[in-house]
Write a protein that binds this ligand. Structure first.
Ligand SMILES: NC(=O)N[C@@H](CC(=O)O)C(=O)O
Ligand SMILES: [Zn+2]
Ligand SMILES: [Zn+2]
Length: 339
């Protein structure tokens, strides 16, 4: 197959940042219809009013159909969350365990303190998206997602069985199994976790542009993720987690976590799905399963991917005096989006 026309995809997990960085990266997501916009700005987006104003800045920067989220803190007002959702300002609420990832200092430490807001969300049908890692210093970084499932997610699910959940950026076979065992729960998968494992990041030299959280795992987990993404199961869908950091912050003694994949996410995914002999399932993963999970219509229009010469993408994009380096899998890609 050398050409594939599919419903326009959406990105169910995207970091656009703010200010100059927002203006630089927003156009890179132009092939996507909608995107769930992550709220981990500095300071985070915590109120409905802040989400409305951030939405206006995202649209002004050139991304027309953002789906906004609120950053859950231990002082989040349940009434504000429910109102912002009822008003159509937000699509979901995002839970970051405090300290788990980039800009997560205001996240949740004591889950007792968010019981009321989770109860209100459950009653009002407001979805919760989760960064699924425990942060205890004694837990090995490669085990943080698996421990989150038994220590946090299983009890949370039992306490709030009707709360709509999306487990973001799943990286392990344990997470894939947990999701399959819990019908109705959605799970996003990133481009980098499908394309790479920890060997690609660490063997023969440390590659900072492969460093993100949750961290890349061993190859057996990558295989489980590729199987889930290409299986056609509607619980799994694309969230790129494209997360721009200035090149100097990535190529640093203490590298920031995040891979910038927005620009060429779709050609990279076509490559993965072709390798798995599953190109006919790409549309489900990128365009159909996400809207179904969130109860939204699929996009009206289509995009076409075609296979031909070597995809030529820049090493980095300019961002107002800084640059952002693109995720490069390190081998040629032959798929393109036909503009
Ligand atoms: N994935 C990452 O490694 N980084 C994200 C935060 C996140 O999604 O955890 C970021 O905001 O940079
Ligand atoms: Zn995250
Ligand atoms: Zn993210």
């Amino acid at each position: 197959m050398n050409s594939l026309t599919i419903r326009r995809p959406d990105d169910w997990h995207l970091h656009l940042r703010d200010g100059d960085m927002l203006r630089a990266v927003a156009p890179e997501s132009r092939h996507f219809g909608r995107a769930i916009i992550m709220p981990n700005l500095v300071p985070p987006v915590v109120t409905g009013a802040q989400a409305a104003s951030y939405r206006d800045r995202v649209i002004a920067a050139g991304f027309a159909r953002p789906l906004m989220t609120l950053y859950l803190t231990e002082t989040t007002d349940p009434a504000d969350v429910v109102q912002a959702h009822a008003d159509g300002i937000i699509t979901a609420v995002k839970l970051y365990p405090a300290g788990a990832t980039t800009n997560s200092a205001s996240g949740v430490s004591n889950f007792e303190n968010v019981r009321d807001v989770l109860t209100a969300m459950e009653a009002a049908g407001v979805p919760l998206c989760l960064h699924g890692e425990v942060t205890d210093a004694d837990i090995d970084i490669f085990d943080r997602e698996a421990r989150f499932l038994d220590r946090v997610l299983t009890p949370l699910r039992a306490a709030h069985p009707d709360l709509k959940l999306t487990l973001e950026h799943v990286t392990t076979s344990e997470a894939v199994d947990w999701v399959r065992a819990h019908p109705g729960v959605g799970a996003t998968i990133t481009v980098q976790h499908l394309m790479a494992n920890r060997n690609d990041m660490l063997a023969g030299g440390m590659r900072p542009h492969f460093y993100c959280l949750p961290i890349l795992k061993r190859g057996t987990h990558q295989t489980a993720l590729r199987q889930a993404a290409t299986s056609g199961e509607a619980q799994f869908f694309l969230g790129t987690d494209s997360a721009p950091h200035p090149t100097h912050a990535k190529e640093s003694a203490c590298c920031s976590a995040g891979c910038f994949t927005a620009t060429h996410a779709l050609p990279l995914l076509a490559h993965v799905f072709e390798e798995e002999d599953a190109l006919d399932r790409l549309e489900g993963f990128v365009s159909l399963h996400g809207p179904a999970h969130y109860g939204l219509p699929v996009n009206d229009d289509t995009i076409t991917l075609s296979k031909g010469s070597h995809l030529d993408f820049p090493a980095r994009i300019e961002a107002y005096g800084q640059s952002v380096t693109l995720f490069d899998p390190g081998h040629p890609i032959h798929w393109h989006v036909v503009d």
